[in-house]
Design a protein around this ligand. Structure first.
Ligand code: HAM
Length: 423
């Protein structure tokens, strides 16, 4: 196939057979947001490159290796968003939504990272992202996690586990970073090139390495939980109590540090062993310093994002998603004379039966070929409007998924008959 016809590597089409699953998940997530009082905030797909550098952090995989960055015609450096949080914080500050206010918002759409594509890891992927800004306590941390747990419950997903950790405050991390630096300096000969580069600039990001040769070294590194300040410890303890009270099982994973620099205190990931190497389905945490760091007034905040491709793949392992939505009714119109009345009839039916999916045969064809199309469409019922029916003010109704015989009824009775016979 010529290259121009292939989608860009790591970026996929979502086909009509796949979109019902997406729509079901998106509708469920939107309903959940409404139930918890979160409103949608739509932000651009493109932001200034500097925004991502300053929020995600210069010394991170995303900023160093994965951003789609380009110059626009004015020579300004722009980047396709690799995640949603930075844009939401930018929008919150620039629209004056944060000053002395609290915001609970969500957004959804494509994100872009130049990663090595594999199952569950793409270059264009979709997140459903939730953020609560202006909330300092562990109660909102618990609410955030409870919201996501509700989504898994509604989808009947059980092979998904919660890991939590606390990264403390920026101040307590200074001490931790010193301990990490000392440890890695002691084992410098085991560091790969990437990690050597990060050693003095951002030693915590060495912990994110995807290099298996460094796994043992990272596993034995000092743990952040041993360096937490007293307030962060108390915050983390209350979060754990609230989760326990809500019946949400969790594991404290002291190795969970997340790959973005803006986090502080609570971080968490929902992980599954059902999807191979890409097990994180939903991840997030607190980012109490980010608003101020980007130029706003100090505003504590927390959020998470679900990777929709991963969530859908997980649902597929459990068969909990709907299949394609076929039409309910296929209107067969043999003969030219039936075209106009057939279209009019379909429109009338759509007026009175808004939930019934009605497909009209387009493109003519013999009675036999139209009937074949009706069958192939997956419809429950074919409605036939031929010359005879036209002349007598009737229509034929033929159930397509049972052995029942075709019946002839008055056009005026059709809507009622469909209402009775369709699921
Ligand atoms: P993240 O962990 O980088 O966090 O991404 C969140 C989720 O997006 C992951 O758990 C995963 O499900 C999905 N994901 C990430 N990269 C890919 C990829 N290349 N292909 C497919 N799915 C992927 C964030 O983006 C933060 N902004 C989350 C957050 C919101 N923290 C606070 N608020």
């Amino acid at each position: 196939m010529s290259e121009i016809l292939q989608s860009v590597r790591g970026m996929s089409d979502v086909l009509p057979t796949e979109t019902p699953a997406w729509q079901t998940i998106e509708a469920l997530l939107k309903r959940t947001m409404q139930a918890y009082g979160y409103n949608e905030l739509r932000v651009p797909l493109v932001e200034r490159t500097e925004l991502f550098k300053r929020s995600i952090g210069e010394v991170t995989d995303i900023v160093e290796k994965e951003m789609y960055t380009f110059e626009d015609r004015n020579g300004e450096s722009l980047t396709l968003r690799p995640e949603g949080t930075a844009g939401i914080v930018r929008a919150g500050i620039s629209n004056g939504l944060l000053h002395n206010q609290r915001q609970k918002v969500w957004t959804t759409g494509p994100m872009f990272r130049y990663e090595k594509p594999q199952k569950g890891r793409y270059r264009q992927f979709h997140q459903f992202d939730v953020e609560a800004l202006g909330f300092a306590g562990p109660d909102i941390d618990a609410e955030m996690i409870m919201m996501s747990a509700r989504v898994w419950r509604e989808l009947k997903l059980d092979k998904i586990e919660l890991q939590i950790n606390s990264l403390g405050t920026a101040e307590s991390r200074v001490v931790y970073k010193e301990a990490l630096l000392a440890y890695f300096l002691e084992h410098q000969e085991q560091l790969d090139e990437d990690s050597k580069n990060r050693l003095h600039r951002n030693p915590m990001r060495i912990l994110d390495t995807k290099n298996p040769a460094m796994a043992d070294l990272v596993a034995a590194a000092p743990q952040i939980t041993d360096y937490l300040d007293v307030e962060s410890q108390a915050h983390f303890a209350v979060l754990q109590e609230l989760l326990t009270q809500a019946g949400i099982a969790f594991t404290v994973n002291p190795r969970l540090v997340r790959g973005l620099d803006y986090y502080s205190r609570t971080v968490f990931e929902w992980v599954t062993d059902q999807l191979g190497a890409q097990g994180a389905v939903c991840s997030g945490g607190r980012y109490d310093g980010l608003v101020e760091q980007l130029g706003g007034k100090s505003t504590p905040a927390i959020g998470w994002a679900i990777g929709l491709e991963r969530l859908i793949a997980l649902c597929e392992t459990r068969d909990c998603l709907p299949l394609v939505e076929n039409p309910h009714v296929y209107i067969v119109l043999p003969g030219e004379a039936a075209l106009k009345p057939g279209f009019a009839l379909a429109e009338q039916l759509r007026d009175v039966l808004p939930d019934v999916r009605i497909e009209v045969n387009c493109g003519g064809g013999s009675f036999k070929s139209q009937f074949k199309r009706a069958d192939k469409s997956g419809a429950q019922v074919a409605v036939i409007l031929g010359d005879e029916e036209l002349a007598s003010g009737t229509v034929g109704i033929k159930p397509l998924r049972s052995q029942a015989q075709q019946e002839t009824i008055a056009v005026a009775d059709l809507a009622e008959a469909l209402r009775k016979n369709l699921p």
